[in-house]
Write a protein that binds this ligand. Structure first.
Ligand code: CA
Length: 238
């Protein structure tokens, strides 16, 4: 399946963490490079062409958020951010910073490996499989080939996971999807993960799309998009 060993760049100043993460990634078949500060990370992100970057938020020189932003200016390489529990996750995975996923410290290295694989899987299927299709819901149009979302013809910028989540729900119109199902389909986790991630992304979609957001909360279960657009001002049927 993997023709060449994919290279992962691990950016972490704490030598213990960098080394156990490297060991687990190597055991999983990856080639691993380590950067111990932000400057080194920016240099190696260019020279080593990693398939994915594991980036710690707390670095001695630059903030991990700055590193992520700077990498994003020139590359779409998937970035998995290591954060502390109280960091602003919405910002990290949102468009502003642009990480693909995050993991809260302390974490289980097996979970890290699982996340790395799922982020890679998603980014390669996306590239390999340009499904040209569009879904519409009232004023909302979502084009998967161009990865573009418009409301009444105006483009709305969504982060990659926000786009995927919106697509998944619209594509299963009428069905209720649980947070675990959404995590598995959109993020590729094969075990129950941090379902707060789903809520954070739904919140962002509602904020960005406003009235045009078709996602309905099904209390105690998950989320869905109604089969028929719910017309707020519709006259009652006879
Ligand atoms: Ca650190």
């Amino acid at each position: 399946m993997m023709d060449a060993r994919q290279r992962i760049l691990v950016v972490e100043d704490e030598a213990n963490i960098a080394s156990f993460v490297s060991v687990y990634l190597q055991k999983a078949g990856f080639d691993v490079g380590v950067a111990r500060n932000g400057a080194e990370a920016l240099a190696k992100a260019g020279t080593e062409s990693p398939a994915l970057i594991v980036l710690d938020l707390m670095l001695p020189d630059l903030d991990g958020i700055d590193v992520c932003r700077r990498i994003r200016q020139r590359s779409d390489v998937p970035i998995l951010m290591l954060t502390a529990r109280d960091d602003d996750v919405e910002k990290i995975i949102g468009l502003e910073v642009g990480a693909d996923d995050y993991l809260t410290k302390p974490f289980n290295p097996r979970e890290l490996v699982a996340r790395v694989k799922s982020v890679l899987r998603r980014s390669t299927t996306r590239r390999r499989d340009p499904e040209v299709a569009a879904l519409e819901f009232k004023a909302l149009r979502i084009d998967s080939g161009r990865r573009e979302v418009t409301v009444e013809g105006q483009e709305v910028q969504l982060a990659p996971k926000e786009f995927d989540l919106l697509w998944e729900l619209l594509d299963h119109r009428g069905l209720v999807l649980t947070r675990d199902q959404l995590l598995e389909r959109v993020w590729g986790y094969t075990f129950a993960g941090d379902t707060r991630t789903v809520d954070v992304h739904v919140g962002q979609l509602r904020r960005k799309l406003g009235e045009a957001c078709p996602i309905v909360t099904v209390w105690g279960v998950g989320y869905k998009v109604a089969t028929e657009p719910k017309a707020a001002t519709a006259s009652p049927s006879p």
